[in-house]
Design a binder for this molecule. Structure first.
Ligand code: CMP
Length: 139
């Protein structure tokens, strides 16, 4: 059964480019409820941990450098079928391949600096939500 939460991060490019408000508008208009949210900055160790699954990829070092270059907005979002619906809302990893109207098509720069993260499975959504937030920070 599909879980009803996903974890998002507006990445350092999206925050630095001033797109936080516009991106949150898309998320809320699409029917997601914000369970938890914060402006934060990943340390190198935390970014390495979050992206450990990509450790062997050639872009891992660059990805960690990018994700630590400035603040991010992390949030837990709630909606029926949250993981799948959110991935549709943000669009393909590479904005060049993202559908019109998706967040990445509108606000991302390239395959690395792609503005926003969305969990890829219910299992990872739970892990990633716990990575960023304690139970007391979720409503
Ligand atoms: P996301 O899918 O949120 O999580 C993994 C991230 O790695 C991805 O977004 C991009 O930011 C980055 N990424 C994926 N593929 C590449 C690539 N080929 N080159 C550089 N960065 C990438």
């Amino acid at each position: 059964m599909a879980s009803n939460i996903t974890l998002t991060m507006i990445k350092p490019d999206g925050v630095a480019d001033g797109f936080t408000g516009k991106i949150l508008d898309h998320i809320i208009a699409a029917g997601f409820k914000i369970q938890a949210m914060k402006l934060t900055r990943l340390s190198t160790e935390k970014a390495q941990e979050f992206y450990a699954v990509h450790k062997e990829r050639p872009f891992y070092g660059e990805l960690v450098a990018f994700m630590t270059e400035g603040p991010i907005v992390a949030a837990v979002l709630e909606k029926e079928n949250a993981v799948e619906d959110f991935r549709k809302l943000i669009g393909a990893t590479n904005p060049a391949n993202a559908a019109e109207g998706t967040i990445r098509k509108l606000y991302a720069t390239n395959i690395e600096r792609n503005a926003i993260h969305g969990s890829d499975s219910d299992e990872n959504a739970a892990i990633e939500a716990a990575f960023h937030f304690s139970g007391l920070e979720r409503f």
